[in-house]
Design a binder for this molecule. Structure first.
Ligand code: GDP
Ligand code: MN
Length: 382
């Protein structure tokens, strides 16, 4: 579960990480009022659950009321990588000399959390990680002992952070690890951690992903999740339907039963040159109405150009699923997007016979089904 920037900043600020003065706003006048209270210049920042907002036009700086209005008008209501922006964070603009990166994540290869520091923070950190991995200093942490102060200092030193702010950056990193540990974090990241001309550091962005399965012992964060989901219609819908659903940025919708099978389908879509639009697990024993709800979910995503259904029957029966697909699609005068189905396992043959091929494309193998769906999606985008 991913917190919004404004929520993550609150969590970080409560733990003592310096963050800019900020207020949330949902209309143009609200932005102006907030900007006046905070004092110009301000940054106006789209609150949606995607990275790279800066490059996508979701962040603007404003020096006065006119510019604040202009920024608010262009960002509020915009479609940012498929997400509708209905709230912005208005924030004291930071006058910075450097943009650092600090983050904690789980290194599955090592089986340990890893602290990362780089002086090449800002909007290009993904490229830096790929092209110049040595520009990111890494320090693995033994969770039984936590992060030793010398480890934080070492990571900061290895990254080449300037002496004048090294202590402050180490302290932010230590706090970040503490938070990651206390709050059952999956990732905790500050990018950029800005260095000001007065040699202060301040978290200009904040990312906090929480382990979903630990939410039961993080009631405050669970509450934030409800608020966060409230910002996105599709996530809300998924909650109502009781689906495990993750929205992604591509155009090939994916429905499957069982998390592993859905992940495999996602990987295959990527392998065949497509881009997954979502992760959607309908779970075991999927009955007709659940299938209809799943289709409703993917069709509600404007980015979706084709859908691949990947069902492996066990408790779930192929004929049941096929009936569900037919029933759901018969309700449309025109099928919104092409649907490709692959059935395997219990009653798959019965299922294949039942499927109405006027409504769906049926493929025998998973590879064929995925390839077909990717082709359909590509045809539309051309
Ligand atoms: P992201 O693109 O979604 O990761 O959003 P960020 O919050 O990291 O902002 C992207 C970029 O916008 C930063 O790297 C900065 O260059 C710029 N930016 C964000 N906030 C401020 C600010 O308060 N002042 C200034 N000058 N630039 C900012
Ligand atoms: Mn950022």
């Amino acid at each position: 579960m991913k917190l919004h920037e404004y929520q993550a900043k609150q969590v970080f600020a409560d733990a003592g990480v310096p963050t800019p003065d900020s207020q949330l706003a949902s209309d143009v006048d609200g932005v102006v009022t907030a900007a006046e209270e905070i004092g110009y210049p301000v940054a106006v920042k789209a609150q949606v659950q995607v990275g790279g907002r800066g490059k996508a036009g979701g962040i603007k700086l404003a020096d006065d009321e006119d510019e604040a209005r202009e920024a608010a008008e262009s960002i509020l209501g915009m479609d940012l990588k498929g997400y509708h922006v209905d709230r912005v964070l208005v924030e004291e603009a930071v006058d910075f000399t450097d943009e650092l990166y600090v983050g904690i994540t789980m290194d599955r290869g090592e089986g340990k959390p890893v602290a990362m520091v780089s002086t090449k923070g800002g909007v290009n950190i993904e490229e830096v990680a790929e092209e110049d991995p040595d520009a990111i200093a890494r320090e693995h942490i033994d969770p039984a002992f936590g992060m030793h102060p010398y480890q934080a200092r070492k990571a900061v030193y290895d990254a080449g952070v300037d002496q004048s702010v090294a202590r402050d950056v180490s302290s932010v990193l230590t706090t970040l690890y503490q938070l990651w540990d206390d709050k059952d974090g999956a990732d905790a990241e500050i990018n950029p951690l800005m260095v000001t001309s007065d040699d202060d550091v301040i978290a200009a962005d904040a990312v906090m992903n929480i382990d979903e399965d630990a939410l039961f012992r993080q009631p405050e964060l669970a509450e934030m999740e409800e608020e966060a989901a409230g910002g996105d219609e599709l996530e809300q819908k998924a909650d109502e339907y009781g689906f495990d659903y993750v929205r992604l940025e591509g155009n090939t919708g994916i429905i499957g039963n069982g998390a592993g099978l859905v992940m495999t389908t996602l990987d295959l879509v990527d392998y065949y040159g497509g881009e997954p639009a979502n992760f959607l697990d309908v779970g075991g024993g999927a009955k007709a109405d659940r299938i209809a709800n799943a289709l409703d979910m993917v069709f509600s995503d404007d980015n979706v150009e084709s859908v691949v259904f990947n069902i492996f029957g066990g408790i779930t029966r192929g004929d049941e699923v096929a009936k569900g697909i037919n029933e759901a699609l018969e309700q449309f005068d025109e099928i919104p997007k092409p649907v490709v189905v692959r059935l395997a396992g219990t009653n798959w043959e019965e299922g294949m016979e039942i499927l109405n091929e006027d409504l769906v494309t049926v493929e025998q193998t998973l590879e064929d089904a995925v390839q077909r769906a990717v082709e359909y999606a590509e045809e539309v985008s051309e």
